[in-house]
Design a protein around this ligand. Structure first.
Ligand code: 6CS
Length: 362
């Protein structure tokens, strides 16, 4: 049901084309700044850009496209938004820079690529932090003060406003070899996103982690330069990693959290009615994103299991096996506290309380 595209066949955008997009009273108004309308009759129109880290058919892109359509509808066409697939705007880290400097107005950002800037965002790399109950996590991501206010304020220092935190699904491991207990990671060349906490977490298991853009991951796995990686199931299948990995471990050692972000200056300067339309769109997209990720992850698990041409052995960890990893992962919360200092530690502590309270509510 979800449209699929072959790997690396995405539209390659030139930066020049992207930078040509601007808001204006008339399409030909060349004087307006990016995303900013000129003129003052109250009926300005805006042509915006939305960067994603994934391809058409994958979650972030499909989310962004639905977001764009909804926003256009709500504003009677005054806001139109072009959604960009991963690749044309550079690496994930480059895209995070673009949302900071207004090169794009909206972006989906994975916190795993912001760890060297917003250190507190590394809390999403803490394994076994969130609940095993998807409903609890949905409630926490939507309602947490620790995330939506305290952590969001840390991103706002860089001119980036997180509008929503949402899950792309449980994180699973794939490898050339089986991964069932921490000792299986001994010397394992693990691909990670760019955050010292992620690297450190895998070193705890004895692995040899390497940060890499996902653009280079398939070939690295195929060539054997990297032994394995972590991602939600839909992404493992859609990016074809299962083709070049013999084993997949359903570990649910974390959830993959994505952030819907807007450039803060742009957001603050929007007319009130249009800003309200953006806020409404964000709210209405919450259940849409949750349904999409559940459906995609379920559907593509079956696809991996039934792919006889590229057989991948799928193994689900028992609770005892998960506990062995959990024991090594929990001390990373202290590492995080030491790394990010008092304010970051307070964010983690508040989040832990919120997760516990939400678990009690279920
Ligand atoms: O592994 C990664 O880096 C990529 N994974 C997902 C689920 N989305 C984009 C991200 O860059």
């Amino acid at each position: 049901m979800f449209k699929k595209k072959g790997l690396l066949t995405s539209t390659v955008l030139s930066l020049g084309l992207v930078m040509a997009a601007c808001g204006s009273d008339e399409e030909t108004d060349a004087g307006a700044d990016n995303g900013e309308a000129s003129g003052g009759d109250g009926e300005e129109t805006y042509e915006l850009r939305f960067a994603t880290e994934e391809y058409e058919g994958q979650l972030q892109y499909e989310y962004a496209q639905e977001f764009a359509d909804l926003l256009e509808e709500k504003t009677d066409g005054r806001i139109t938004t072009s959604v960009y697939e991963f690749g044309g705007l550079g690496s994930e880290v480059d895209q995070f820079e673009m949302i900071q400097n207004g090169g794009v107005e909206f972006a989906i950002v994975s916190p795993g690529f912001t760890g060297t800037t917003v250190h507190e965002g590394q809390l999403f790399a803490l394994q076994f932090l969130f609940s095993d109950d998807e409903d609890v996590n949905y409630e926490v991501l939507n309602e947490s003060e620790a995330l939506n206010e305290d952590l969001a304020a840390k991103y706002e220092e860089y001119n980036v406003k997180p509008l929503a935190f949402w899950s792309e699904g449980g994180m699973q491991w794939t490898g050339h070899t089986e991964l069932r207990q921490p000792s299986d990671f001994e010397g394992f060349r693990m691909r990670t996103q760019e955050s010292s906490l992620i690297l450190r977490s895998y070193e705890q298991y004895g692995a040899d982690p390497t940060p890499l853009s996902w653009a280079e991951l398939y070939s690295s796995l195929q060539l054997g330069n990297i032994d394995g990686q972590e991602n939600p199931i839909f992404f493992i299948e859609d990016a074809n990693f299962h083709e070049v990995q013999e084993h997949m471990t359903v570990s649910d050692h974390n959830i993959y959290v994505a952030m819907t972000t807007v450039n803060t200056d742009f957001y603050n300067e929007l007319p009130d009615d249009l800003r309200a339309a953006v806020d409404e769109t964000v709210e209405e997209m919450r259940p849409v994103a949750q349904d999409m990720q559940i459906e995609m992850n379920e559907e593509l698990l079956t696809a991996i299991e039934e792919d006889d041409e590229n057989p991948t052995e799928v193994y689900t960890l028992t609770e005892d096996e998960r506990d062995a990893f959990r024991e090594l992962a929990i001390p990373m919360q202290d590492y995080y506290r030491d790394e990010v200092g008092e304010e970051g530690a307070a964010i983690l502590d508040k989040l832990l309380e919120e997760i516990e309270a939400a678990e009690g509510n279920q």
